[in-house]
Design a protein around this ligand. Structure first.
Ligand SMILES: [Zn+2]
Length: 95
């Protein structure tokens, strides 16, 4: 999973892997996205991409088996959507 983000300071887009590679800094302005918790930020982004890919592949395998069921999308995406929504709420609060 290639997670993309947008820097709140300069408004430029980046890939999470760029932040992992830079140790938690914006690839464009060079400033840390969180100065106090850079290690946690980097490890969590790395984990989110890795586990997101695993989730995608697992669902792909399930689908390829053409099982006699459907899956409830909300049960898979609901919590993810809620967590991603938090970023936008933070953005609104800062503005
Ligand atoms: Zn930036």
């Amino acid at each position: 999973m290639k997670i993309k983000g947008t820097c709140k300071r300069d408004g430029r887009d980046f890939f999470a892997e760029q932040v992992v590679a830079s140790g938690g800094e914006c690839p464009w302005d060079g400033q840390p996205f969180n100065a106090d918790y850079a290690a946690v930020l980097v490890e969590s982004l790395r984990e989110a991409e890795r586990l997101g890919t695993q989730l995608e592949r697992a669902l792909e395998r399930v689908a390829s088996l053409h099982p006699a069921f459907t899956l409830n999308e909300q049960s898979v995406l609901g919590e993810l959507t809620d967590q991603l929504g938090r970023f936008h709420r933070d953005l609104v609060r800062q503005a």
